[in-house]
Design a protein around this ligand. Structure first.
Ligand SMILES: [Zn+2]
Length: 501
């Protein structure tokens, strides 16, 4: 019996090695395409990706591989944590498509390609009607697929579980109700107060100096550049192809001092996570973050909780003043701190500040939940969008391009994804709270000493990779489930002091 299990495990890991090899290859192609490969090579690239996906699908549907998964799944006590996590991973991968009739799944993929193209045109023309039939079909298909796949409670549970394993509508409702009850009134208090000066942020900052600054920030926070790559791309992103090969990008704007620094630190947080998962997880799909939201918690904790902190600004300010003497001639430390933390309700989610960001997500969560529940029709979606923007953020779009059509997610039927952005900030605040019990975080930030901070995160979060579901991991680290109060407390304290409310 024991020998059988060992032989099955060996075979199982051999398949994983092949899947990982394919994954590695398609990741490198994607990296190459995003960081400077000529557009003219697109056809050869698509062919290569097509071939790789074909092989991937072939292994995923191989009866022998599936027999390995099934036989190991019934003996969890005889498998180690990693093998059990891998079984859960591949069962989830398989269940995502296996229960959907093959023809319908193919039709869905063809639909998504068309829907994405229709969305691009509709967004450009600010014409929701052009996109509406595609979105109607996507919602209908997602509801149908939920029936095929089976779910407990609400069909949306299944969708959120694809991105945030273990999360439910019940928990999300509590989370977003707290965010709404506490952050909407906080924003209302701030909205009409005088805005801080931001003129100096838009002065001219030579790209070469910005690059140097970004590299120093990565070194400071503990991203190992000798085990990674740092390049420029239109949309900053991070890609961990191996724990000793983690790649990230940023984007420089000459007339924006903050954009590149903030994205570099954000992506650096993702990168540090990827570089510090346990070595025993290497070469498996478990060698990554616990979930989308947990990954986002690591980028946001560096970007928001650390970089935007008053103590860290006191460390950064003299360095910026020294480097950019002219641009900082009349800029005081408090001006920099206020500009970094400006609150300005905007129409576009990706441009939102730290306080209003989660309100953009609240709105999307409520709307997609209503769409999937069938209580809101796709035809009524733009109106519902306007109403909620007014209610939560106090600003109203003048057209659908800067309203309901702004994000790519719904065009690709990625329902259930948005909440992970807000959950990421909330996990970050909860982790920061518990980190402060072990470390004197503020004095460390004021010295620019990230070593103990990053080490704490390595030990508590990073080393586990995706061994545990996020709901399990947050309890393991903090002794309690996700609690939105830490997040709301943090924002209330910060902005109350900043705006002297
Ligand atoms: Zn991110």
């Amino acid at each position: 019996m024991c020998r059988d299990i060992n032989a099955t495990k060996e075979k199982f890991y051999e398949y994983i090695k092949q899947l990982q090899g394919l994954d590695y290859t398609s990741n490198i192609v994607f990296w190459d395409a995003s960081t400077g490969a000529p557009k003219s090579g697109v056809e050869a690239r698509s062919n290569a990706i097509g071939v790789i996906s074909g092989f991937y699908h072939h292994i995923m549907t191989d009866p022998d591989f599936n027999a390995c998964i099934d036989s190991l799944a019934v003996t969890p006590d005889e498998c180690d944590d990693l093998t059990n996590a891998l079984i859960r991973h591949y069962q989830r991968e398989r269940n995502r498509v296996a229960k959907i009739p093959a023809k319908e799944y193919e039709a869905f993929q063809a639909h998504i390609t068309k829907s994405a193209a229709a969305w691009e045109d509709a967004k450009e023309a600010c014409a929701y009607d052009q996109f509406k039939p595609y979105l109607e079909k996507s919602v209908e298909m997602m509801r149908q697929f939920a029936e095929y796949r089976g779910y407990s409670g609400h069909p949306y549970n299944l969708l959120i579980d694809d991105y945030e394993p273990g999360m439910t509508v019940e928990q999300l409702d509590v989370f977003f109700e707290t965010v709404k009850a506490r952050l909407v009134p906080l924003l209302k208090k701030i909205i009409d107060l005088p805005k801080p000066r931001t003129d100096f942020i838009a002065a001219a900052y030579p790209i070469e100096q910005q690059l140097h600054l970004s590299e120093s920030l990565l070194d400071l926070i503990g991203f190992k550049r000798d085990h990674g790559l740092f390049k420029e791309s239109v949309h900053p992103f991070t890609m961990g192809v191996d724990i000793e090969d983690v790649r990230l990008t940023t984007h420089f704007y000459e007339n924006d001092l903050l954009s590149a620094m903030l994205s570099t630190v954000h992506e650096g947080g993702h990168g540090i996570y990827e570089q510090n998962v346990g070595k025993q997880l290497r070469g498996t799909p478990i060698a990554t973050g616990a979930s989308n939201a947990f990954h986002e918690s690591q980028s946001r904790i560096y970007e928001n909780n650390f970089f935007r902190h008053k103590a860290f600004i006191s460390f950064l300010y003299p360095k910026l003043k020294e480097t950019f003497k002219e641009q900082f001639k009349t800029v005081a430390e408090i001006d920099l701190y206020r500009a970094v933390n400006i609150v300005e309700p905007s129409l576009i989610r990706t441009e939102a500040d730290e306080l209003t960001y989660s309100l953009h997500i609240l709105l999307r969560y409520e709307l997609e939940l209503a769409l999937i529940s069938g209580t809101l029709s796709v035809a009524d979606l733009p109106k519902a969008w306007y109403d909620k923007m007014e209610q939560y953020l106090g600003v109203v779009p003048s057209n659908d391009g800067e309203g309901v059509l702004q994000d790519v997610h719904w065009s690709e039927a990625l329902f259930g994804y948005f909440p992970t952005y807000a959950l990421g900030s909330a996990y970050a605040a909860q982790l920061y709270h518990y980190m402060s019990k072990d470390l004197a975080v503020e004095p460390l930030l004021a010295e620019g000493n990230f070593e103990p901070i990053t080490k704490w995160l390595n030990e508590k979060v990073h080393q586990y990779g995706a061994l545990y579901d996020p709901t399990v991991l947050i309890e393991k680290i903090t002794g309690e489930p996700l609690n939105a109060d830490y997040y709301c407390d943090y924002l209330e304290m910060k902005y109350t002091a900043l705006y002297q409310l």
